[in-house]
Design a protein around this ligand. Sequence first.
Ligand code: NDP
Length: 273
Amino acid sequence: MKRLAVIGDPVGHSLSPLIHMTWIDALRLEASYESIRVPAGETAAALDDFEQQEFQGLNVTLPHKQAVLAKVTETSDAVEAIGAANTLSRLPRGGWRADNTDAPGLLTALARIGLSDFSDKTVLMLGAGGAARAGLFALDRAGAKIILLNRTVEKAEQIITECCSRAHVSGPLGTLQEHADHADLIINTTSAGHGGAHIPLPDGEGRLFYDMSYGTPAEAQLAHAKAQGWQTEDGLGMLVGQAAESFSIWFDGVRPDIEIALTACRTSLEQNV
Ligand code: NDP
């Protein structure tokens, strides 16, 4: 029996157990996946404890995505560049390996809606927090030109330097209207929706507005984007995409069915409104 879990605080709202158990059941695997609350400051002790209890894999959410790095034995290149991990796998010789599957998860989500070639695309990204770092890493390596706008402009400049292999444009969020004309799509990585706010958008003319948030926090922003003529998509595809990458790491390359997990998540969110 493979023991898996997501750790975080809060973690009760996490859709990860639903996503992974949907795949474990569909593929009739001998595995379990649970959510475990680990308070901030207890990351290192918890990882020792999970190793003792023979957990083989962990997803890591706030507030531990950076804290786990002090405790792991191996890190992927993505983790080095992004500075955060969301997936840990127990190494056969002991200790943990850290991966970041948010970056490929975003590319999976965009490919699912028909966007996979970024070589001639200009992406306007809003926000410069942890989610933006993963998005930047993915899109920079995929060949996109990126314009990164953030309320705190210094943070935008800093994360381009840290996460990208090429130079990109950065600026304050207030310049969105003037940059939007040059963008093929917008990716919103801000958490503005969690506070009930939305970012005002110009006319979308049928272009894609991808919001990394989902459920209630995404509603006002997506409604506004749609009203402004943007084609819209929420962040559930990325959530399921990153979960699929983690699953593949833990189950020797098995690629689970994205659509059954997406349907399960959408049904769960509708039932919990
Ligand atoms: P962070 O707290 O690290 O970053 C938040 C960002 O939002 C910062 O750039 C901040 O700007 C900006 N921001 C916050 N409030 C406002 C506002 N009112 N107006 C404008 N900008 C604002 O959060 P994360 O990066 O971890 O998460 C961001 C979003 O992405 C969340 O909705 C989260 O749920 C989602 N997410 C989705 C994932 C998925 O798989 N779909 C994975 C990870 C995250 P400033 O720097 O100025 O403070």
